[in-house]
Write a new protein. Sequence first.
Length: 180
Amino acid sequence: MTYRVCFVCTGNICRSPMAESVFRARVAAAGLDGLVEVDSAGTGGWHEGDPADPRTVAVLQEHGYDGEHTARQFQPSWFSRLDLVIALDSGHLKVLRRLAPTDQDAAKVRLLRSYTRPSPGHDPSARASHAPSDAAGDDLDVPDPYYGGMDGFEECLEMVEAASEGLLAAVREHVEGRAA
């Protein structure tokens, strides 16, 4: 059975396509590409049908990721087929949880940076075991780079990459649990 993950930001042209591309590469490198399906969407339909922002594409390609993408709007009916809905900031988290038809569906929505693992040298005893992550700090939002320069897109990529390893570990655990 395929495990399905959808990344969601506002317009689906910057953050969520970046997260989709990075996570798809991580899934493929882990040998899970036949078991995990990855896509993305926006909370709004302003850019539906458009490619990713050229700055997103440039940063992705510069770092060896696929930049091909077509924007689309998230639909509440998708909850029934998705296992995990990854919000890129707390605003998206709220919108998605409101759109969720059931409490079970709302529980599928998580913030991407809650999966960020502590960096080397971090004292793991300093955090509660059930806390999402201290590595990302108190602010778990991935800032919207749209109105800024290329440095914002680079920072976005760094945050996405940092969270992708922890997310991959969580998804792998679910996939292996299904196979057992």
